[in-house]
Design a protein. Structure first.
Length: 324
């Protein structure tokens, strides 16, 4: 076996507040990890230096074997083929920025980049629940909603490399305006921000006594978060349960469209709300009877992301495996 084939690979996941880096074996086992604070609101160069610090902490370890390549995941619009961050709301320091080239030049290693949800889809197609599946659809359910798809072990990129922005598919053209500019995006109904916003509105309208959500939020409705709604729902608070059920029903409408259009072999729920929606899966399955016309929709597995919060980091490493 060539020596280069057994060298580990470096995965880097960049968010608005953190840079996570991990050294992985070609089989997906993590050997070392580091984390640094991201300075996304400063200059492009300062943002790049934060990435270098996270990588240097791993590569500077005398016990760490030399890496053979670097994979990078970032949120927002990405030109994967050109190695550029086009535009990411959480990374204002970079606009049409050649991040892959900058990293490759600095370390003398091949580097490539992908959207974080795309990378996560590849993680599961390479080492996870979709390792033996032809088409893997991944949805990150958190503050926002991100999606990615891997087909036959490759990320589906679209014509320009920026496809699968599934969080901004409209399910109600008369719905609220999304920050993206469209109306009625699924992100406005099933994301963490949407859940919190809906809960606040319902509490203001109902004025319930002894609200668990208000208690958890210190009495301030504006401080209610999706996490608080989820905790209150577990305690069987009616308003919280109603909010989550409404969000799950909205997600089912969207998911029916995904299934009818793509018919993936497996659907994976990740992100901070992934587990919450897995717990609501019986309701979502029931609603899919009305919103998916594909006669095999019930046969498509919907599973929880086993890599959890590290899905995009593992996916960044998987970029290097697929490229070899």
């Amino acid at each position: 076996m060539p020596k280069s084939s057994i060298k580990p690979i470096l995965g880097v996941d960049i968010g608005g507040t953190k840079v996570a880096a991990g050294l992985f074996t070609p089989s997906g086992k993590i050997l070392a990890a580091s984390r640094e604070r991201m300075v996304a609101d400063r200059s492009a160069n300062e943002g790049l230096k934060a990435v270098f610090r996270a990588i240097d902490r791993i590569l500077g370890d005398a016990k760490a074997p030399a890496a053979r390549s670097i994979g990078i995941s970032v949120p927002g619009w990405v030109d994967s083929r050109g190695g550029r961050v086009i535009n990411a709301a959480n990374l204002p320091c970079w606009r049409n920025y050649p991040l892959a080239r900058k990293v490759a030049q600095h370390y003398g290693l091949p580097a490539q980049i992908a959207n974080d949800a795309d990378a996560a889809a590849l993680a599961y197609a390479t080492w996870g629940a979709g390792a033996h599946a032809k088409n893997v659809f991944y949805v990150s359910l958190g503050t926002g909603i991100g999606t990615g798809m891997a087909s036959q072990g490759k990320v589906c990129l679209g014509r320009g490399g920026s496809a699968f922005e599934g969080g901004h598919m409209t399910i109600n053209f008369e719905g609220p305006q999304c920050p993206c500019g469209k109306r009625g995006c699924i992100e406005m109904y099933a994301s963490g921000n949407a859940i919190a916003r809906m809960a606040r509105a319902r509490l203001r309208g109902a004025r319930p006594r002894n609200s668990r959500m208000l208690a958890l939020a210190g009495g301030a409705a504006d401080a209610i978060t999706a996490e608080i709604v989820t905790r209150a729902a577990k305690a069987r608070e009616k308003v919280a349960l109603g909010v989550l059920r409404h969000s799950a029903d909205s997600l089912a409408i969207w998911l029916g469209n995904i299934i009818d259009l793509l018919e993936p072999d497996v659907i994976i729920f990740g992100g901070g709300l992934g587990h919450t929606y897995i717990e609501l899966l019986p309701r979502i399955r029931q609603q899919l009877k009305h919103w998916a016309i594909n006669p095999r929709h019930a046969q498509i597995p919907i599973v929880e992301a086993r890599f959890g919060a590290e899905s995009a980091l593992v996916g960044a490493a998987a970029l290097c495996v697929v490229a070899t």
